[in-house]
Design a protein around this ligand. Structure first.
Ligand code: SF4
Ligand code: FES
Length: 358
């Protein structure tokens, strides 16, 4: 095998807990949630953050589940600050109030990302599976701005809310966000269970893409709008996680280190745990991180494709999920021999009730 140059990772996603009061049907957490008794302690996280910084990581995303389900969250944030990492809290806003947020700011929190489910209260609460979530999110966003912390609003788009992209961006502006991330549902974990209920039509997606372009032109200089075209209607795949083992790592609540949040869906991968290995060792030498580094593992058409160093063959988890083999091209690529399966799946759309994450 030719030698692979392994770059330093830039970001670490710290899944502090899988506990969450919400039940979003597109949650990216695995179906088998890790229990509270297995969660890493704040001291474990502080060590992991120091090792991450030494490895080259600049940013830590404190995520979950709902990170505020951890009572020791201020201690965990302080651990990130002590490691000189830029900390971003990814929160549903439920379980946090202004006073708790102020404690996190005092502990060194740098940035807050609040997810919203819709611009309309009833629909937003229905999607979240939690009555009152909409108002709690608005209140927390106001507290973030009051404390002078930068705010990103994250919008996960699917069939039930894709026609509300404009009011959702306007809501983010009104809340004082400096950035909006519009992400289409990725069909792993719970979203895969709800795929037919969440899948938008091609017409809906095209309309939303046009609306985002107009919004960008209208609000240039006031708010940054990041938007990604949904996989199932794209011509080429996204460079998932910036390429396997190239940019980032995920640490699960119990300390397993994954190259992406859905990596456990690929059978046969061996993940190492921060309880037993140093993070640098895991990044450089663990079997899971080396499974899809470089290009040697690729099958045709990726192997000889001129885009292989640009999109890295797309998403390994999606290749396994749809083509049954993680070494295949991501089937959303129109060059993939399995691409017609994606077209068939995108055509399955049902107004079935959601299976909520519980
Ligand atoms: Fe990317 Fe592979 Fe498709 Fe080429 S064939 S565009 S490398 S997924
Ligand atoms: Fe695992 Fe894309 S989600 S590689």
């Amino acid at each position: 095998m030719s030698e692979i140059r392994i770059p330093a990772p830039l970001g670490l996603l710290a899944e502090l807990t899988h506990r969450c009061p919400l039940g979003c049907p597109y949650c990216s957490n695995p179906l088998a949630l890790e229990p509270r008794k297995d969660e890493l302690s704040a001291a474990d996280w502080a060590r992991v953050f120091k090792e991450a910084a030494a490895l080259g990581v600049l940013q830590v995303h404190l995520s979950g589940g709902e990170p505020a389900s951890r009572r020791d969250l201020p201690e965990i944030v302080a651990g990130a600050r002590d490691a000189n990492l830029y900390s971003n809290l990814i929160t549903s806003a439920v379980g946090l109030n202004g006073a708790a947020l102020a404690r996190l700011a005092d502990a060194g929190l740098d940035h807050v990302q609040v997810s919203i489910q819709d611009s309309e209260q009833d629909s937003a609460d229905t999607i979240a599976g939690y009555k009152g979530a909409f108002e709690r999110k608005r209140a927390l966003a106001a507290d973030v701005v009051k404390l002078g912390l930068p705010l990103t609003i994250n919008v996960v788009v699917h069939r039930a809310n894709i026609s509300h992209v404009v009011p959702m961006v306007e809501m983010a502006l009104a809340l004082g966000a400096s950035r909006v991330e519009i992400a289409h549902v990725q069909y792993y974990g719970w979203a895969l269970k709800n795929r037919a209920a969440l899948m938008p039509s091609r017409e809906q997606v095209e309309q939303a893409v046009r609306e985002v372009e107009t919004l960008r032109a209208q609000h240039r200089g006031h708010i940054v709008i990041d938007a990604v075209v949904p996989d199932y209607y794209a011509r080429y795949p996204k460079p998932c996680v910036g390429g396997w083992g190239r940019r980032s790592l995920n640490v699960t609540p119990s300390g397993k280190v994954l190259p992406c949040h859905a990596a456990e869906s690929i059978p046969g991968l061996e993940f190492w745990n921060v309880r037993e290995h140093a993070l640098a060792d895991i990044w450089l030498r663990s079997p899971a991180f080396n499974a899809f580094r470089g290009t040697e593992w690729m099958a045709e058409p990726c192997r000889s494709c001129e885009r292989r160093d640009h999109d890295f063959g797309g998403c390994r988890c999606q290749a396994f999920l749809i083509a049954g083999d993680a070494r295949q091209a991501d089937p959303v690529c129109h060059l993939s021999p399995h691409h017609r399966l994606v077209e068939q799946l995108a055509a399955v759309r049902e107004d079935a009730p959601y299976v909520y994450r519980r």
